[in-house]
Design a protein around this ligand. Sequence first.
Ligand code: GLV
Length: 311
Amino acid sequence: MRILLHIDDIEAWRDALAERLPGAEIVTADDPADKRRDADYLAVWKPPEALLAEQTRARGIVNLGAGVDALLNNPALPAGVPIVKLRDAGMAELIGDYVRYGVLHFQRDFDRYRRQQAQRKWQEHAVADKRDWPVGVLGLGAIGARVAAMIAADGFPVHGWSRSPKSLEGITCHHGDEGLVELLGQVRTLVLLLPGTNSTRHIINAAALAALPEGASLINPGRGSLIDEAALLAALGEGEREGRLRGAILDAFPEEPLPESSPLWWHPRIWVTPHMAGPTPLDEAVDQVAEAIRAFEAGEEVESIDPEAGY
Ligand code: GLV
């Protein structure tokens, strides 16, 4: 059995996978073309088009990340091959910590204190009670559900939203178009953990931003395509004065790395991080990869993604 592996830090991944699947021949983009082509299985993260185009015999693909948007948009993706994605695999807790930091950043006024520091201004703000700081989480997949639970465990009321109805303990769940408007109207921090698909593109547009309460904040560890950037900048306002939207912490962008010319870099109420919220922890991920390949090989039912839905 030949497995094509493609991801950063390839040596560590190759060793960990070889340990779990001792009989497998693991090849990478660095192997000669005749050796790396026509693998039985692909375990890949953002493979180059040319590398994917060589793979004409794949019986299963494991996407080495939670979002399958990049893979589905690759023109060389072989049709009809089942795709399994990583589910949580330790990413949810890391993203949960990122979101926790972001929620506290705004709830405890770190944004305002930073600006005050620049002016050497000593002024304390009354602390908003956590119970009066509802947090909205859009997307209740493996990651969104875990993040929602972490924020709720910290004492914040949490509203979750998904396209179809869901029920999660301790979370007020909303769904569908009406449910989205209902959620937006009552959250002070909005967290985006939806997959990047045609139907979620620019879900955070001018109308959605206008539906948020005055002074709300935004955290996006999900996908850049979820936000209409022009509408975001308009809602944030210019200069030092806070607009309707108080601030945004952004980890994902339509183009990555974020181009140097992007106005997001220097906006005073935007915090940019380089897609670091949820790196894939190797051990849990490789366990899932090995299990998926074992299941493919045994002809067992696998929980594959729906390419039409995009997740
Ligand atoms: C990272 O963005 C992932 O989808 O795993």
